[in-house]
Write a protein that binds this ligand. Structure first.
Ligand code: SF4
Length: 92
């Protein structure tokens, strides 16, 4: 990762430990997330990442709409975000 960031710098100390921090390619920002082989490789890196949960929570909290974050594609994060909003609404 971590490219194309446009949002506020919110508590990103976890990035120091990101398994993708030395990658300079577009693996985590494929031009087409339907490219299953590329997505699988990125997700495999995420699975071994010590800050996967922090990465995912950051992406959800900051509304990252592109790329693979925390082992989820943009589509998977949209679903997770909807579930999160639904849970918050039920709790209030
Ligand atoms: S979970 Fe994946 S995208 Fe997030 S920091 Fe780790 S390797 Fe990078």
């Amino acid at each position: 990762m971590i490219k194309g960031e446009t949002l506020l710098d919110l508590g990103q100390e976890w990035r120091e430990f990101a398994a993708c921090s030395d990658r300079t390619d577009d693996l985590f920002f494929p031009s087409n997330e339907s490219d299953i082989s590329m997505v699988r490789v990125a997700k495999a890196v995420c699975q071994s990442c010590p800050v996967q949960e922090e990465c995912l929570q950051y992406s959800l909290a900051t509304g990252q709409t592109e790329g693979i974050w925390g082992g989820l594609t943009s589509r998977e994060r949209r679903v997770a975000r909807r579930k999160r909003v639904s849970t918050i609404r039920r709790a209030s």
